[in-house]
Design a protein around this ligand. Sequence first.
Ligand code: BES
Ligand code: MN
Ligand code: ZN
Length: 499
Amino acid sequence: MEYHLKSGDPSGQRTACLVLGVYTKRRLSQPAVAVDQASKGHLSKILKKGDMDGETGQSLMLYHVPGIQAERVLLLGLGAEKALTLKSYLTAWASAVKLINESSVIEATNALNAISIADVDLAQQLRETIITTEDQLYRFDQCKSQATPPKRPLKKLHLNIGAQKKSQPVTRAIIEGEAIANGIRIAKDLSNLPGNICTPSYLANQAKQVGRQSTKLKVSVLEEKQMQALGMGSLLSVSRGSREPAKLIVMEYNGGKPKSKPVVLVGKGLTFDAGGISLKTSAGMDEMKYDMCGGASVIGAMAACVKMALPINLIVIVPSSENLPDGAANKPGDIVTSMSGQTIEILNTDAEGRLILCDALTYAERFNPAAVVDVATLTGACIIALGAHASGLLSNDEKLADELLDAGRRASDRAWQLPLWDDYQEQLKSNFADMANIGGKGAGTITAACFLSRYAKKYKWAHLDIAGTAWLSGDQKGATGRPVSLLSQFLLKRAGWAK
Ligand code: BES
Ligand code: MN
Ligand code: ZN
C-alpha cells in the first residue's frame, strides 16, 4: 500500500473515492461542508432523504456528485460529534477500508484527518489511520494452495489533512505508521503459522531475517548447549520434553547513544503448548500454536523500531521452546534450578511459560536495562478477568506501569493493571523448593506475575499478559498483532518522538 499526504480543500482533489464524515443528526463534518458547497448542496439534499443519519459504521456511496473532482463520495457515519474519539473514528474508518477494498476502487482519499479529535495530535491520528488500514487489508493465506485475494484491492491512499501544516512530525508519522503496521504484520504472520512450521528454529531464523534490515541491529541465537553453560535449568527442563531444540533469540538494536541504557523486551516464544505431562484437553488445543504471540510481538516491535530508526537502544529476548508430553518431559513434582540459582518445584507442567521466561529475565540483567517489559500469553485466568479487550499489566514500578497504560490508551491497544501485592506471593510456597510454579486456585494471573517478579528484582519491570488479546477465536480466528502498537507507542515516547 502507498500512502500520500495531501493538504487543501478535498473538493478539488482528483480521486476515485473521497471519504467524508457525517455526524449523527446528519450533520456534515467540516471537510464535507466544503464539498457540499462545491456541489451546491448535493450532499445535504441526499442526507435529507434519510438513507443515513451518521451513526458510527453507517456508510453511503454516492456517484456523480456535481462540482467536484472525485468520481465517488463515500459518506461515513462518525457518531455524535461531541463523542468523537480516536477509537470511534478508527472503528468507522475500518468499515470504510473494508468496503473500499471489496469494491472496484483501487485508490481513495481519506478526508477525515482534517477533523481534529480531542486530546489526539495529527501525527497520532495519521499513524493510527495507517495501522487500522493495514489491519483491515491483512490476509493470511500462506498455507492455502490457492489464495483468493480481492480482485481489485485498495493500493493507494491519500490522507487529506485540510489546512493543517505538513510539519516534520506529521510527515514522519506516515513512515512511523507504516513501520508499526509492518511490525504488526510480522507478528501476525509468525503467530498464525502452525506449530509444525513455526518451530523455535523457524522463529529464530525469522528474527535473523529481521536482523538484515539494518546494520544497527544484531541478532544472535543461543543454542541449548550455551543455555546449559549459563545454567538455564528451568528453560531447558521445558524443552527436554520436545524433539525441537530450544532457542534463545537475542536482538540488539543500537540506535541511541552508546552509553544510554537499553529498554529490554522479553517475549514468550512457546511455539506449541500441549501442557506437557499435565496435558491440556483436546478442545481448542490447536489455538496453543498462539503461545508464541508474545515472542512474535516483541520481534514485530523491534522491526517497527528499526524501520522508524528510533534514537534509542533496544534489546529483544525471546526464549523459544515447545511444551509436549514425552518420556524426558518435566513431571509434576520435579524440581529444577533456574539460572538465578532459585529452585522451582514444578507442580503443573502446563505452567511452563514462567519457566522459560524466568531464565530469560535473569539473562536480561547483563544488559543493565533502563526497563524490562515481558509479553506473554501466560494465563487462561487473564481471559477470565479481562476478556479480549485489555491486556493484563503488572509491574514492580508504578511509573513504568503508568507509561505503558498511557501508551496503550493512545495507541488504542489498551492494558489494565492488576495488583502485584506481596500478599499474593504466599501462594507460591513450596515444601521442597524455593517456590512452586503455580499458586493454587485464586488470582492465577497475579500469582504468575508474582513468580516472574522473583526474577526481576534487579531492574524496573512490567509484565503484559496477552492471553486474551493476542488472537481471536471462532470464525474470526487469527492473530491480532497486539500489543505491537502499545509497545511501539511506548518506544516512540521513550525516543521523545510522541506524547
Ligand atoms: N499458554 C497457557 C495460557 C493460556 C491458556 C493462554 C489459554 C491462552 C489461552 C499457559 O502456558 C498455561 O497453560 N497456563 C495455565 C497455568 C496454570 C496451570 C496455573 C493456565 O492458565 O491454565
Ligand atoms: Mn501451558
Ligand atoms: Zn503456555
